[in-house]
Write a protein that binds this ligand. Structure first.
Ligand SMILES: [Zn+2]
Length: 128
């Protein structure tokens, strides 16, 4: 079929045989890590903007809150693990089958682990 395109600004890109379908280019690239759907309305956009361009949802605050929540949980887990290890080491000093020569190290490492554990928990509490 012969076709003719009239008007200005038309660009011929080559000879084409068969059906030519021209679709609108995708404005959203799903592989772009800077793009995400708005949590409120689902509109795709940059997640580092203050507010959603469609509904005004505070996207940046939402994302930062989520990040901080994740960091707090991660730190709390590490703090609790350190405290459990510290408590176990301290408890070992009262066991009769533990050689006396080990009990000094158990006390020192137990106290260090407890100190680190509580320090991590108090730091996690300050993450905003
Ligand atoms: Zn939105």
């Amino acid at each position: 079929m012969n076709q003719r395109i009239d008007g200005d600004g038309n660009i011929q890109v080559g000879h084409f045989v068969g059906d030519l379908t021209i679709s609108q280019p995708d404005a959203v690239d799903p592989s772009n890590p800077n793009m995400a759907p708005c949590p409120a309305c689902g509109n795709y956009g940059y997640w580092r903007i203050e507010e959603c361009r469609r509904c005004g949802f505070p996207i940046l605050k939402f994302v930062l809150d989520k990040e901080n929540e994740y960091r707090r949980k991660e730190m709390s887990t590490k703090g609790v693990i350190a405290i459990v290890i510290g408590a176990a080491l301290m408890a070992m000093t009262s066991l009769s089958w533990i050689p006396d020569s080990w009990k000094g190290q158990c006390t020192i490492f137990g106290l260090v682990a407890l100190f680190i554990g509580f320090a991590i928990l108090s730091a996690a509490d300050k993450v905003r």
